[in-house]
Design a binder for this molecule. Structure first.
Ligand SMILES: Cc1cc2nc3c(=O)[nH]c(=O)nc-3n(C[C@H](O)[C@H](O)[C@H](O)COP(=O)(O)OP(=O)(O)OC[C@H]3O[C@@H](n4cnc5c(N)ncnc54)[C@H](O)[C@@H]3O)c2cc1C
Length: 431
């Protein structure tokens, strides 16, 4: 048994860690050691990848490429391969993963199980939209090969299925063409939510990637809107900057009511005067946080929560406004606050999070009851707006909000593997 945490560091309970390494022996390991839950890089913020006191199947040893067709961009790999390693292999060959989240230090299995989204949902949808086939092993020894055209029910349950339908050992992905590792990008300051929505509408046709940082302590909704497109950057030299690391966990959170207001204020004003177009390397544009390893330590020993919701576009402005007001009133929130629109695509998986609308994601230092009470008030706004919360980021959502937000839950439950259970599944689904 050893202590295991997810990215939010809200707990470090002992787990029995079973390392999966060879796809040929995984079936035997699963049938001998269950119930459990797959654990990739543990980059989920809450309890979706945890099973306190029980088994986790560690998948990062399943890290082999099986086949890459350079003409078609079709990649077959094991499910523990990191997105970072795929990108570093494929981009010099002219291919890129169509969808990646704000960190590339995650596994293919984790990306599928949470059906992750990136800055280009309005163009490419979510990660699952580019998966052609998954090999799924069940704890009873069954092997299921599924895809959008093959055993489609299993595919729709597994994409965004929170690891609960089986353990993925292999996946086939369709990459997309890219001119190189560079993006032309632009930052525009906005002073209100009205301006944010106008910028999002104006940018969706001409820009593949859009995202914004929002100052969560400014009730009006000011922020910085970033948009980017891949470009042929010519013969530029790729940055070779050394990664920095947060060396230790400070005794208390460095993000607090004293540090945050001046930080947000100066970040906004500094960037506001440095807007305009630049060419950036894809790693700094897509994954700026990966440059500071262990940045989650800055929240101190009590860890932190992320609260990510999506609400329909028609009520989006009012709902986001109401959430920002609650956060300002509660004197909470953090520097990491992202506001972004999702495109019109309907969710692919039965429990996929992205749906048409606007998503707000915010980190909160864990201040115990005060933080949880704020979340209850935010839940009420999301519920009222007909929205949902993202299980990948969640460690506390109430069961009724989960059930209301995911209307295909009943269909999904019929396809769960009875030998798989996580802390989150017990909290939200009863086992
Ligand atoms: C800095 C940062 C930025 C992020 N930005 C975004 C973002 O922009 N968009 C977004 O969507 N997400 C984002 N995330 C969340 C992250 O992308 C997801 O939580 C992702 O699923 C983590 O993958 P992982 O390999 O760490 O899996 P884990 O967190 O270990 O597990 C996640 C889920 O996948 C399941 N799983 C893992 N491997 C397998 C397998 N082989 N078979 C079956 N199930 C499996 C687990 O059981 C669990 O349910 C971000 C996270 C961080 C830390």
């Amino acid at each position: 048994m050893r202590p295991l945490s997810s990215w939010g560091h809200l707990s470090a309970d002992p787990h029995e860690v079973i390392r999966l390494q060879d796809p040929a022996t995984v079936a035997g390991q699963l049938s001998a050691h269950h119930p459990g839950i797959a654990h990739g890089m543990g980059r989920s913020y809450g309890d979706v990848c945890l099973n306190a006191g029980g088994i986790v199947w560690q998948t990062t040893g399943l890290d082999h490429y099986i086949q890459f067709d350079q003409d078609s961009g079709r990649l077959i790999c094991e499910a523990g391969v990191l997105l970072r390693d795929i990108q570093r292999m494929s981009i010099p060959r002219g291919w890129i993963l169509p969808v990646t989240p704000g960190t590339q230090l995650i596994t293919v299995g984790g990306a599928i199980a949470n059906d992750v989204h990136g800055k280009n949902h309005h163009v490419q949808g979510s990660f699952g939209d580019h998966v052609e086939r998954i090999r799924l092993l069940r704890t009873d020894g069954q092997i299921i090969d599924c895809g959008p055209q093959q055993q489609a029910q299993w595919f729709a349950a597994t994409v965004g299925g929170l690891g609960l339908t089986g353990v993925m050992v292999e996946a086939e992905l369709q990459l997309c063409r890219v001119p190189g590792p560079w993006l032309e990008n632009e930052t525009i300051a906005y002073d209100s939510l009205e301006q944010f929505f106008q910028l999002a509408d104006d940018s969706e046709a001409g820009w593949q990637h859009t995202v914004s940082w929002i100052d969560c302590l400014n009730g009006a909704g000011r922020g910085l809107f970033m948009r980017g497109n891949p470009v042929d950057g010519g013969a530029r030299t790729e940055p070779k900057g050394k990664k920095r690391s947060m060396p230790l966990v400070p005794p208390c959170s460095l993000v607090n009511r004293w540090s945050l207001p001046p930080f947000n204020q100066s970040y906004y004003h500094l960037k506001k005067w440095r807007t305009g177009r630049v060419i950036s390397h894809y790693e700094s544009f897509f994954y700026p946080l990966d440059n500071l390893l262990h940045w989650n330590r800055m929240y101190g020993p009590r860890g932190f929560y992320q609260y990510q919701s999506v609400v329909p576009r028609a009520v989006g402005q009012d709902a986001v406004h109401a959430m920002l007001n609650e956060i300002t009133r509660a004197d909470q929130g953090s520097f990491l606050a992202v506001l972004k629109t999702f495109g019109a695509r309907q969710p692919l998986g039965m429990l996929s999070f992205p749906q048409p609308g606007v998503t707000l994601a915010l980190d909160f230092p864990n201040r115990g009851a005060a933080t949880l009470q704020l979340f209850e008030r935010l839940d009420a706004i999301v519920r009222q707006a007909g929205g949902r919360l993202y299980p990948a980021k969640d460690a506390r959502m109430p069961r009724d909000l989960f059930e209301a937000g995911y209307p295909r839950l009943g269909e999904f439950l019929a396809l769960r593997d009875p030998g798989i259970s996580s802390e989150q599944s017990r909290r939200l689904m009863g086992y």
